[in-house]
Design a protein around this ligand. Structure first.
Ligand SMILES: [Fe+2]
Ligand SMILES: [Fe+2]
Length: 510
């Protein structure tokens, strides 16, 4: 097959390959490699448009190792690339030393001087897509007489030949494809960046409502990404068959960044509730206690003054008893207000304070607590009533509703379904749907472990202190034994030390 036929076929293959590449850095390498391959160029450089200038982004050279800086140059006639970008003309020069003074551009030898390489022949083409958008400039340097042999450092001009008309045609055809691919890739990148910024803005919105869980979503996402990489490394067993590529990792990262977004729909006083009673509710009881205290003292004085009892010692002793009992009751209330597990008998004591008339010092307030207050203080574990707990749990449905409204790209379409299942348990006791075992998406089972681990080890939850890493792992183990979380994933979470090496861990330990 002749050189031209071969090159035409290669060009078709190259067009396909460029159209499929989404990573800009890989795409640029491919463009240079293919262009040099098609034209037997010993070296090549690539510039991309950036603002009103050109950014030197990549160079390849078979003869010398080149260190280059990503300098920005103006789009002007002071360089070949600048001229090509400005005019959208092609520059094809057999020997740059013989460029006359009348040329519309200057030859900039700075790069040659710094690298010790000599540019002789050159073909520079603008990268313009079908809409006329300039993406950059491709510069091919030193067409080799012997296509297969690199020129080496001290080559002679005889080893270099001029780029021909066919080289120019191929380079221009490739330039069109390359420009389209670059424009597309940059568009994808800008869409990705837009999505990233929206996701991060959403995370900030959740955290601004609940500063006590600040950083939770970001940490859970970081753990999930590490766990996904660990799963991907596994070669045997169930996990050997599961692969997490770049897109799948991005999907689980977004799902975990947004898993608690629905908390935005939960009432703030419940979301940040640290005690069983809201502060104003406890204040009301404290004031009631103070009033009782005063009333007891006043009643005692009144008795003494009116001579209702001749024995003032007895009056004082009764007052002391009454005040002591009042203080004990207030202490019981304050302790019960904490979210820790109620000790045996405390529930009954609290209930009694709502039904038993005080009978203290003849005061007319019948009970220290209302039924409603006693009910709240009687919560046996945590700080939330059943209704409040149900409202918090609704955050999962809110998250799902919100995520379903986003038009995810095909690679990210499972974000809603993954986030929706982060509170499901293997034995079916989770919420909101009570899914069991494999009904729960694999990624959600990963997220559950990361979510619990962070909730345990973070020092920022209102209702409990941070536990050390070892204790958190023990708690997770016991959850695994109880059939709540995926034990194989937990084993990998532990053995791969998914939680280690994360810089942010250092910052959040008190
Ligand atoms: Fe959650
Ligand atoms: Fe969470």
């Amino acid at each position: 097959m002749g050189r031209i036929n071969q090159a035409t076929r290669r060009l078709l293959d190259v067009s396909m390959a460029l159209g499929q590449e989404r990573r800009l850095d890989v795409l640029l390498e491919k463009i240079l490699t293919y262009a040099r391959d098609l034209t037997s160029a010993d070296a090549a450089s690539l510039y991309l448009t950036e603002g009103k200038g050109l950014r030197f982004v990549l160079t390849q050279n078979d003869s010398v190792d080149i260190e280059f800086k990503r300098v920005k140059i103006p789009i002007s006639n002071k360089s070949v690339a600048g001229y090509v970008a400005r005019s959208k003309n092609v520059v094809r020069a057999a020997d740059l030393d013989r460029i006359g003074k009348n040329a519309p551009f200057s030859i900039n030898r700075k790069f040659d001087n710094a690298s010790g390489y000599r540019s002789v022949s050159m073909l520079a083409v603008p990268l313009v897509d079908s809409h006329g958008t300039l993406a950059g400039v491709l510069q091919l340097i030193n067409r080799r007489k012997n296509p297969k042999a690199a020129l080496g450092k001290d080559f002679s001009k005889k080893q270099v030949i001029a780029f021909g008309a066919h080289d120019q045609e191929f380079a221009m055809a490739l330039a069109g494809q390359a420009a389209a691919a670059i424009v597309n890739t940059r568009l994808y990148d800008s869409i990705d960046n837009l999505l990233e910024s929206i996701v991060h803005a959403s995370v900030s919105a959740i955290e601004s409502r609940d500063p006590t869980t600040s950083g939770h979503s970001v940490r859970v996402a970081a753990y999930c990404v590490e766990l996904a990489k660990a799963v991907d490394r596994e070669e045997k067993g169930v996990m050997g068959a599961v692969h997490f590529g770049r897109d799948a990792i991005r999907e689980i990262r977004f799902a975990s960044l947004l898993h608690d977004f629905g908390k935005i729909g939960v009432r703030e006083d419940i979301l940040v509730k640290a005690h069983k009673l809201q502060p104003h509710e406890l204040d009301k009881i404290e004031t009631r206690g103070e009033m009782l205290d005063l009333q007891m003292r006043f009643t005692a004085l009144n008795r003494k003054f009116n001579g209702l009892s001749s024995d003032t010692v007895k009056i004082d002793a009764r007052l002391r008893d009454d005040l002591k009992r009042l203080e004990e009751n207030m202490q019981t209330i304050r302790k019960a207000n904490n979210p820790s597990v109620l000790p045996k008998g405390r529930f009954e004591e609290i209930s009694r304070l709502a039904v038993e008339p005080l009978g203290i010092g003849g005061c007319d307030i019948l009970t220290l607590l209302s039924r409603e207050e006693a009910e709240k203080l009687g919560i046996r574990k945590g700080s939330l009533s059943k209704a409040e707990r149900r409202e918090i749990q609704r955050h999962v449905a809110h998250t799902y509703d919100f995520l379903c409204k986003i038009l995810w790209t095909p690679e990210l379409k499972r974000v809603p379904e993954i986030a929706y299942a982060h509170h499901e348990k293997i034995d079916g006791t989770g919420y909101p749907r009570g899914l069991k075992g494999s009904e729960i998406p694999f990624e959600a089972r990963m997220m559950t472990i990361c979510d619990i681990y962070d909730a345990l080890t973070a020092s920022d939850r209102p209702y409990k202190k941070a536990v050390p890493q070892e204790t958190a792992l023990e708690i997770l183990q016991s959850e695994g034994r109880a059939g709540l979380i995926d034990t194989e994933l937990l084993a990998l979470f532990t053995s791969a030390k998914v939680f280690a090496g994360q810089d942010f861990l250092k910052d959040r330990r008190k």
